[in-house]
Design a protein around this ligand. Sequence first.
Ligand SMILES: *Cc1c(COP(=O)(O)O)cnc(C)c1O
Length: 264
Amino acid sequence: MDKAANLLGIAVYKVNVHNANRSIDTTSLEHQLHHAVSQGKKYFIVIANMMTTMYGSVDDSDLYTDALQKNNLPFKLHIDGAYGGFYYPFAAEKNTLDFSNEHVSSVTLDAHKMAQAPYGTGIFLARKGLIAYANTKAGYVEGEDYTLIGSRSGANAIAVWMILMTNGPFGWYEKIFILQKRTQWMCDKLSEQNIVFYRHKGANIITIESKYITADTALKFGLVPDNHAQPKWYKIVLMDHVTLEKLMLLLADINDQKITPSLA
Ligand SMILES: *Cc1c(COP(=O)(O)O)cnc(C)c1O
């Protein structure tokens, strides 16, 4: 978003979230809105997240739209489903982050995340009537062009098509169903060991407070930190290859390191 704003020459205002439950801090939201208005901003593009990459947290877009409407500020609402677009709608069918919400103008989802397609398979969906504003037709090219990067590989689109056709909607539901079960299993085990973690109930990401994870465990299991220099959290992403057998080894390792803390 910083990159996009830089490119478009527009300002970015960031809203804080609460540390433990990752929900939007409405005081910070009000503050940022007033700050933007005081700087002369009249129109807003809100980005609400359908699963953040680190926490799997999902924004309550109503908090944004209610605040903007209350202040009579015109806006467009974009949903960043880069990570969650191929997961969350299958885990939480009823949600406000799709076109059934009249405020949603556009949605992005990446096939190169959960759908495991090759890189460069981001998908942009706009509400009917809006896509024309993204048309950047070049005279010498036959057909339409709606992208910033222009020419790109058609093989990528075929790869996405093949992945989707191979699974089918029901196959995809089953895949997500299994991952949801596995994620819940892991959450239950962590709770039994009194380990503090964050997980949104419609997500396959578990983010554990770093004090429960030694550097040795993180390295051995390839756990991803929120910050490589000073990790506060480590995450596990539950995917096909992250089996219960592997999770059991991780749980045992966390437990061992707790009983005999490493001298390193
Ligand atoms: C990966 C990701 C992005 C960036 O998208 P790319 O298409 O991979 O550059 C943006 N938002 C979220 C939540 C992501 O997970």
